[in-house]
Design a protein around this ligand. Structure first.
Ligand code: 13P
Length: 284
């Protein structure tokens, strides 16, 4: 099985009123958990890696592991480039077999953002890869991408329409009040802004920073046009907490085939809950 683009997957979600969950993965075990849970629940799924993840695991390793998972579970799998900023880096990874990319030029001025995104779209579409880009600027921290709350910027609906038209992207990441990482207080999402963006833009919309967002709010976002929901932090915490608890109660444990098992089980519970939240189960 080969790795597919997210274009058709997100269009199906848009047509049928659910969202595809995009889970950040880091290594063999995290890919296994996401793929096997998605297969068990018959959910389309996107495996997302930041530049830091690809540096950690190696591009060839991640591509091969994800291909093996698609083959083993017989489900369509997207391996995605999350928050990539370097065009050449995107080219290299598409050449290695990845067919879904986010070019994040959201911190550049509008015209520069358009120019950088359009160039990536031209290349990726020629290669059969889909492209996501962001307009506005999400707060919080994801790897070495840090935006403090004062610099976060919400997406302007009219600019979003122009951005989509002039770049030719397949999906648009919106900034409506979510942030990467943990929230200090409950996020307040700007649903009216999301509805206004939806009125202007007809491609699938993407919600970043879904960890810690109440399920009812995510569901509302899906009703208002969100077709892809990104989750990273909650998975990492579940995995790490279960591993810490196991090692705390088994101080002599040294076998990864033992201490990784409860970590994977804890992560699986979160993946399952997020698939239900996205209403993507039983869609393949
Ligand atoms: P969280 O870590 O807040 O879930 O955000 C994930 C994300 O948006 C990945 O791009």
């Amino acid at each position: 099985m080969y790795l597919i683009s997210s274009h058709e997957m997100l269009k199906d979600a848009q047509r049928r009123g659910y969202a595809v969950p995009a889970f950040n993965i880091h290594n063999l075990e995290t890919v296994q958990v996401v793929a096997r849970t998605a297969a068990r629940m018959r959910s389309p799924v996107i495996l997302a890696g930041t530049p830091g993840t690809y540096r950690h695991a190696g591009v060839e390793y991640l591509v091969s592991i994800c291909q093996a998972a698609a083959h083993e579970y017989r489900i369509p799998l997207v391996l995605h480039l999350d928050h990539h900023e370097d065009e050449q880096d995107i080219h290299n990874k598409v050449e290695a077999g990845i067919r879904s990319a986010m070019i994040d030029a959201s911190h550049f001025p509008f015209e520069e953002n358009i120019e950088k995104v359009r160039s990536v779209v031209t290349y990726c579409h020629r290669m059969g890869a889909s492209v996501e880009a962001e307009l506005g600027l999400l707060g919080g921290q994801e790897d070495d991408l840090i935006v403090d709350a004062a610099n976060a910027k919400f997406t302007d609906p009219l600019k979003a329409a122009e951005f989509v038209r002039r770049t030719g992207i397949d999906s648009l990441a919106v900034a409506i009040g979510t942030a990467h990482g943990l929230y200090k207080e409950e996020p307040r999402l700007d649903f009216a802004r999301l509805a206004a963006i939806r009125e202007q833009v007809d491609i699938p919309l993407v919600l970043h920073g879904a960890s810690g967002v109440p399920e009812a709010d995510v569901r509302r976002c899906i009703e208002l046009g969100i077709c892809k929901v990104n989750v990273a932090t909650e998975l990492k915490i579940a995995f790490a907490d279960a591993m810490k608890a196991f090692l705390g109660s088994h101080p002599d444990a040294s076998d990864p085939r033992q201490y990784l098992v409860p970590a994977m089980a804890a992560m699986e519970e979160v993946v399952e809950a997020k698939i239900r939240m996205c209403m993507s189960d039983n869609k393949i």
